[in-house]
Design a protein around this ligand. Structure first.
Ligand code: SF4
Ligand code: SF4
Length: 382
C-alpha cells in the first residue's frame, strides 16, 4: 500500500481507503470481515458518513482495538432523525450526533471532521454564518476532531470553501465522467439527458480550478464516487462507451492534483480485494488512456490529463508533472508560487527537453508536449 500525506491535516493516509456506506444494513459478521480485510490490506482511512446508528455501532465494534490504527472521517451535519438520514444545519442536532458517534466508536476523537454535503453557495453561507462552522472549529480547538474538512460534489462551491481558508481536507466526487461536467446538481449526474449533451470536452475548467485551489493551499482531497456508482463499468451507461476497470478509475482519481486517497465503497471481502488489486496492478492495467484517449470527449482536446502514457522520456522529464505545474500556474499568486516550488523540485525540467517528440507520438490526447516544455522554460526560467 502506498501512503500519501494530507498536507494541511499533516497525516499520512493509504491511497486506497474504505467508504463504508455500502455496509448499511449488513450483519455484524459481514462488516467485521470487510473492515478487517481492508485494514489487513493496508487501508488506514475509513469514511463513515452514515447516520444510521446500528451500522456505526457495528463498524466501531469491528474496529475494536484497531481504532487507533485508522483515520476516521466522520461527518458533522449528517444526522439520524425520525428513523431516517437527514442533512442538518442545526447545531444542537450536529452536537448530539457527534456525541453519539464517539460513543458508538468507543473513542474520544474523530481524526477528520467533515462538514457534510455542502453543494450550493447558499448552503455554504448557512454553514459559515449559521453556527455549524463555529461548532466545527470549536471541536477542532478542543481536540475532538483533529482536522476539519467538508464534503461536496460541486466544484464552484467547494472552491469557495477552500478559498475561505478553514478547511484542511475536502471529500469530493471524482471520476473521468464527472470531470467533464459543469456545475450541475447531484441528482442530474445520472440522467440520460445529461450525457446526451455532446458539448463536453475535456476536464471542465471549474473542476480544474477547484483541484488547483486545493493543490496550492495544501488542502488534501479524499475521493468519493471513484467508480461513478458502477456506471463506468457498463458500456451501455458510460459516456465513454467502453467499460473501465477499477484499476483505471482508481488511477484516474489518484492522478488528479491534491488527491491523497480514494475511498472505495465495498460491501464484500471480494470488493475489498478488487480495490486492493490496484496496488499490485501493472502500468498497463492502470492505464486509462486506452478508454479516454479514444473517447470523443477527451480525444484531441490537447489537454493533459496527467496519465503518464507518454513516459518514458529519454531526458527523464516527468511530462505529466510539468503539465500539472503549468496548469496550476495560471491561477492567482498562491497557485503560481506553489507551481514554481513544485516545478523547481523536479529532477528534470522543460529546459532539458531535446524535442525528440516520442512523448507526442504516445500521447492519446494530442498534447503538444514540446511547446509545453518551451512554455515551462518561459514561465519558470529553467
Ligand atoms: S502529455 Fe499526454 S500522455 Fe503525457 S501525461 Fe499528458 S495527457 Fe498523458
Ligand atoms: S520531446 Fe522532450 S519531453 Fe518529450 S520525450 Fe522528448 S525530451 Fe522528453
Amino acid at each position: 500500500m502506498q501512503y500519501k500525506t494530507l498536507k494541511r491535516a499533516g497525516i499520512s493516509v493509504s491511497e486506497i481507503g474504505l467508504g463504508c456506506e455500502h455496509l448499511l444494513g449488513k450483519s455484524f459478521e459481514t462488516i467485521d470481515k470487510v473492515v478487517n480485510a481492508a485494514l489487513d490490506g493496508g487501508m488506514n482511512i475509513l469514511d463513515v458518513f452514515m447516520s444510521e446508528p446500528q451500522v456505526r455501532t457495528n463498524i466501531g465494534r469491528a474496529l475494536g482495538a484497531r481504532r487507533k490504527d485508522v483515520f476516521l472521517q466522520g461527518h458533522i451535519g449528517a444526522v439520524w432523525h425520525d428513523g431516517q438520514y437527514k442533512r442538518s444545519r442545526d447545531v444542537q442536532e450536529c452536537r448530539e450526533f457527534i456525541h453519539d458517534f464517539l460513543i458508538r466508536f468507543n473513542t474520544d476523537y474523530i481524526d477528520m471532521g467533515m462538514i457534510h454535503f455542502i453543494d450550493t453557495m447558499e448552503d455554504l453561507d448557512r454553514v459559515q454564518s449559521g453556527g455549524v462552522l463555529d461548532y466545527a472549529l470549536k471541536l477542532k480547538r478542543d481536540g475532538v476532531i483533529h482536522a476539519l474538512g467538508f464534503s461536496s460534489h460541486n466544484p464552484v462551491t467547494a472552491r469557495s470553501a477552500v478559498e475561505a481558508g478553514w478547511a484542511d481536507i475536502v471529500m469530493f466526487s471524482i471520476n473521468p465522467a464527472y470531470d467533464l461536467l459543469p456545475e450541475i446538481e447531484l441528482e442530474h449526474y445520472f440522467d440520460a439527458k445529461t450525457w446526451q449533451h455532446d458539448g463536453f470536452s475535456g476536464i471542465n475548467p471549474q473542476r480544474a480550478a477547484f483541484y488547483d485551489a486545493c493543490e496550492s493551499r495544501g488542502v488534501g482531497i479524499t475521493v468519493m464516487k471513484t467508480y461513478g456508482a458502477g456506471f463506468l463499468f457498463n458500456p451501455a451507461l458510460s459516456p465513454f462507451g467502453k467499460p473501465m476497470r477499477p484499476e483505471q478509475l482508481i488511477h484516474y482519481a489518484l492522478s488528479r492534483p491534491a488527491v491523497a486517497s480514494t475511498l472505495i465503497g465495498c460491501q464484500t471481502v471480494e470488493e475489498v480485494a478488487a480495490a486492493l488489486a490496484y496496488e499490485t496492478a501493472d502500468r498497463q492495467t492502470r492505464d486509462y488512456a486506452d478508454v479516454l484517449g479514444v473517447s470523443p470527449q477527451f480525444k484531441q482536446t490537447h489537454q493533459c490529463v496527467y496519465c503518464n502514457h507518454c513516459h518514458p522520456c529519454p531526458q527523464h522529464i516527468d511530462v505529466a508533472m510539468v503539465n500539472r505545474c503549468l496548469d496550476l500556474a495560471v491561477g492567482g499568486q498562491q497557485q503560481q508560487s506553489a507551481a514554481k516550488a513544485q516545478y523547481t523540485a523536479l529532477d528534470a525540467h522543460g529546459g532539458d527537453c531535446i524535442a525528440c517528440g516520442v512523448c507526442m507520438q504516445r500521447c492519446p490526447f494530442g498534447v503538444d508536449v514540446i511547446s509545453r516544455m518551451q512554455n515551462a522554460v518561459e514561465r519558470f526560467g529553467m
